[in-house]
Each structure stands twice: as C-alpha cells, then as structure tokens.
Design a protein around this ligand. Structure first.
Ligand code: ADQ
Length: 464
C-alpha cells in the first residue's frame, strides 16, 4: 500500500472531540490514520523568517511535518493572496477581491518554499494529496523539482464560472498549475463543470466527458489529468450516536431550561462573509414581522466564532452583525425574551451535537459555500422520531445532495422567512419522511466513502 502524504495550509493535530472551527482537519486525519504517512503544512506559528527545515513529530504511523512561516511570507501568502484574492473570488464576491502583484508573488514564493521542504521527504511510490486554495501551485512547484509521484489536489471552496475567474489577472497561470496534478477534485458537479468550461473555452484544452472513473479526462497545458466531483461528508454514524447521548448532557439541559418551551432555530458558522449571516438575521426579522405569532415563542441561536481577524473584511462583518443583532433585539425583545442569541465563540463537537438535536430548525444560508458540513451535521444529529427541519441555501454545495431539505435563496429574505414558517409548522410525518431520506444520503456518502473514493482515484493515476 502506498504511503499517503497530505499537504494542507494548516496542520492541526487534533484529538477527536476537541473543538475545531475548520471542516478539513477531521477529514484529513481520518484519511491519514488509515494508511499512515505524513501530514505536511504550516505550523500555525509566525516568526521572523520562514523555517528552513520542517519540524517533525511522530505519532504512531503518522508524521507531522510543519513549517513556521516568516511574517512577510505569511502576510502575502495567507492574509493576502489566499484570503483577500482567491477566497472572495471563488465565492463570487468580486467587490472584495484584492488584485495585487506583491501578494501573488508571495503566494507563489511560499508554495515554492513548501515544495523545497517537502520534496526531500517524498519516496517514489508516495501519493501526495494537496488540499485547498492556498496551495494550488504546489503541484507544479513539486514537478519543477523533479517529483514524478502521483499528485492529487482537492478544492474545498467552490470553483467559479470562467467569467468570474477571469477577474484575476493571469488566471491561466492558476489553471495551468492545477493541471500539474494527476487528479483534481471538487465538491460538486457544478464546480467541475465550471473548471471543464474554462479548460474547453479559455484554455482550448481537450475534454473527454465519457466517464473515466466517474470524472472527466482533460488534456491541457501539455498534461493529462482527471477532474472529478467528490462531495465531502461527515462521520454520520459517529454523529448520530454522539447526538443521542449529548441530548442528555449538562449543556443541552441548560439550553432546554433557558428556552422554557420556546422553539429553537440554530445557525453555526465560522464568522465569514460567505455564510450570509446579515441576510439570515434579516430573514429572522422578517419571520417576526410576517408571522407575529412567533413573538416570544421562537429563539434564534447563532453561534459564530471569529476567524481570519487580520483581514479587514472580517472585522467589518463582525461589527455589522453585532449592530444588526442589537437592532433586531432592541426592536422585538420582551423583558423575558431575547429573539437572537448571538455568540462569538466556538463549542466542542459534543455540545454542538446536543444543541443541534434540540433545534426545530437548522438554518444554513451561505451566499456561496463549497459544501457546508454544518448542514450535514445538523441532519445527522436529529432524533429520528421527532426530527427538526433543515433550511438550506441553494448556493451551498450540500444542496445538490440534501434535496429533501427546504431549499431557499438566501438573498430572498421573505422567501427564507416563509421557509422558516413552513419548517416551524411542518407536520411530524413530513419531518420524519424528509429526515429519513436525508439520512439515507448521509449514510451512503459519509466521510469514509469520500476519502476512499478520492484515494482510490489517486491510486489509479496517472491518467495519460
Ligand atoms: P468551512 O467554511 O469552515 O469549511 P463547514 O463546511 O461548515 O465550513 O465546516 C465547518 C466545520 O467547523 C464543521 O464541522 C462545524 O461543525 C465546525 N464549526 C463551525 N462553527 C463552529 C463553532 N462555532 N464551534 C465549533 N465548531 C464549529 C470549508 C468550506 C466548506 C466545506 C469545508 C470542508 O468553506 O464549504 O464544506 O471546508 O470541505
């Protein structure tokens, strides 16, 4: 069995159950535990100069190899190009895209540093699985250093339509870099189609859509690769049993007591402008306006721990949400009821599972999202005998699979308010039917299925 080498921006040696605000870490760890190998990436520490040798930590069959990054490298690569250019671009937020040659160069430089430090650790038969938008150029940088190993890439964000991607100067460089991999994975068929359209109409590459391993074979920039959709998922069985016991936990009990019989709507997101939180708050306000019978009968709990606080747009969204929740609460609150409970903190998986299980509605309304694991987690945590209702944005990758949710357009606040009303009044039979159908999907495609389908496809590379 070939060794697996996973590369991601952050290497987070996490214990199962420990709280984390990123969807990637849990999935990656599951993949590595199975085959043994290396997890390589940034340590999370910023120093004066980027580290010349990775720090290695052994944990059973797993080696963590991490790099401290220099201040300038971190600033340009992470805060700059990754999070102020690619993130907004890939989430269709063109007004927020920063175009800056200095950060593009920094991004390339750090990918070169990663390749310099990683290449000597690789064995000829290794499979390298690179994650996410921070590291698109890494494959080509490794090839430039003579690495002939099987290289795979998985994008955790959406992939934008070609017309959107073209806002980025020298966009063709980025796509050429993607083509240095043997396998490029996306969350959905929609993302895959956007990539294929770019290859066909902008790069004038060859596209063979007769299914190869369920994907599309591409010839472009002098390379042949497979592009495929692999919808990421959750550890469904584990969450189901976690939620079953968490329902009786102390936190769950305190939440139940505080609600004194009121219905609960829950939202759980990293504090990020892609998650559509201001529109979500407005939709809840709309519910109270259009359906005043819910006054003092429904509480909306929004959990949103801050992230990427070095980036100005993240400070702005935090301020906007504090003001908005304050305004809505000021308008509707009673002496014994606060409509929106807005928390800027994170909770452990177990506590969240107990909260999800109590919520009558899981409200997941990103303006764009690669997949959105919270939507899947909410469903898995429901009591099958009395399940809540998922209200889900059509612009989350998860909407393509979770078709029995109430699918909404997050920009249409009146439409979201109507869906909330429908969810709050939905008969038990219909809730059970929808939940059972959603669970069939989540059991069929759980995190193990995702990991295995990706690794199997990479094992069969190259595709030339
Ligand atoms: P994220 O944008 O971080 O992930 P998401 O898919 O919802 O979004 O994953 C978040 C994870 O962090 C979930 O497992 C969730 O439980 C946890 N989490 C979120 N808020 C939390 C909180 N307040 N306290 C504790 N835990 C919290 C990116 C992409 C997504 C894609 C994932 C995986 O943006 O579209 O689904 O990667 O590919």
């Amino acid at each position: 069995m070939s060794r697996l080498v996973v590369v991601s921006n952050r290497v987070a040696p996490i214990d199962e159950g420990k709280q984390t605000a990123g969807g990637l870490a849990v999935a990656v760890l599951a993949a590595l535990k199975k085959s043994g190998g290396i997890w390589f990436g940034w340590s999370g520490t910023v120093v004066e100069e980027s580290q010349s040798e990775p720090t290695r930590t052994e944990a059973g069959r797993l080696t963590y190899a991490t790099l401290d990054l220099g201040r300038r490298d971190f600033e340009e690569y992470y805060n700059g190009f990754a999070n102020q250019t690619l993130w907004p671009l890939f989430h269709y937020r063109l007004g927020l895209v920063s175009v800056d040659r200095r950060t593009r160069e920094g991004y390339q430089r750090v990918n070169g540093i990663f390749a310099d430090r990683l290449a000597p650790l690789l064995r000829p038969d290794d499979m390298v699985w690179v994650h996410d938008y921070h590291l698109i150029p890494l494959g080509e940088e490794l090839r430039n250093r003579g690495c002939g190993q099987r290289l795979g890439f998985f994008l955790h964000t959406p992939f934008p339509a070609p017309e959107v991607l073209k806002v980025l100067p020298n966009h063709a460089d980025l796509i050429r870099e993607l083509c240095a991999y043997d396998l490029v994975g996306f969350h959905t068929e929609v993302d895959l189609r956007c990539f294929v359209n770019y290859i066909r109409y902008e790069a004038h590459g060859e596209v063979d859509e007769r299914s190869h391993e369920g994907g599309t074979r591409i010839r472009a920039f002098g390379r042949t690769l497979l592009a495929c959709a692999f919808p990421i998922s959750i550890d469904t069985a584990n969450l189901e049993s976690l939620a079953h016991t968490a329902a009786r936990s102390r936190h769950a009990e305190r939440l139940r007591e505080s609600l004194v019989g009121r219905r609960l709507i829950i939202g759980v997101d990293r504090l990020d402008y892609s998650k559509g939180l201001p529109k979500r708050f407005e939709a809840f306000q709309q519910l109270l306006e259009t359906y005043p019978e819910h006054a003092n009968r429904v509480s909306f709990l929004q959990i949103a721990p801050p992230s990427r606080e070095d980036v100005p747009e993240y400070i702005a969204i935090r301020r906007e949400l504090s003001e908005l929740s304050g305004r809505i609460n000021g308008r509707f609150a009673e002496f014994d009821w606060v409509p929106i409970r807005y928390l800027n903190k994170s909770f452990g998986r177990r506590i969240l599972a107990g909260f999800y299980r109590q919520a009558h509605i899981g409200l997941v309304t990103p303006l764009r999202d690669g997949m959105n694991l919270v939507a899947k987690e909410y469903v898995a945590c429901q009591d099958p005998e009395n399940p809540g209702v998922l209200v889900l944005s059509e612009f989350a990758g998860a909407a393509l699979e979770l078709t029995e949710a109430l699918i909404v357009n997050p920009y249409d606040t009146e439409g979201v308010a109507d869906a909330l009303q429908r969810g709050l009044t939905m008969p038990l039979e219909e809730r059970k039917e929808r939940h059972a159908a959603l669970m069939r999907t989540l059991r069929r495609n759980d995190i193990t299925a995702w990991r295995e389908s990706y690794v199997n496809a990479l094992t069969r590379a190259p595709y030339s």
